[in-house]
Design a protein around this ligand. Structure first.
Ligand code: 9YT
Length: 127
């Protein structure tokens, strides 16, 4: 069994802070679960372009407000506490946060814990 506390992640290499989001990488590839699990804060007033071409991601908002725009379709969905979205088609999207959005994120295949987006808005596959 694995037990972790956020306090033990803050300030480590698994606390990844960027201009538009900060991600606490809680469960990692090395934990061997087959998925990874993050608590991510999308910063208020920001827009992030994302294209997880190598991963599936499910995201559940536990606090905050904003929206996701699916670029190919133009669809825009409001995000608020209790919203789940799942990128089952590697959709290119914009995430926009009105207030800080606290998101619980599951990735398959799992992240190693230090990834930041590349120029395409993606994370690499790491073997
Ligand atoms: C919700 C989302 O996609 N945020 C961008 C950061 C990413 N999910 C991560 O690595 O936590």
């Amino acid at each position: 069994m694995i037990v972790k506390y956020l306090d033990s992640i803050i300030g480590t290499e698994h606390d990844v802070d960027t201009k538009t989001w900060r991600s606490y990488r809680l469960l990692l590839k090395k934990d061997g679960m087959g998925f990874s699990f993050n608590h991510t804060i999308i910063k208020a007033g920001t827009e992030t372009y994302i294209w997880y071409k190598n991963h599936l991601e499910a995201v559940y908002c536990i606090q905050g407000e904003g929206e996701i725009e699916v670029i190919d379709s133009g669809d825009i969905y409001q995000i608020k506490t209790g919203t789940l979205y799942a990128l089952n088609g590697h959709e290119k999207h914009f995430l926009r946060a009105v207030t800080d959005m606290h998101m619980m994120c599951v990735f398959v295949p799992p992240l190693t814990g230090t990834e930041v987006h590349d120029d395409e808005g993606s994370y690499p596959i790491i073997d």
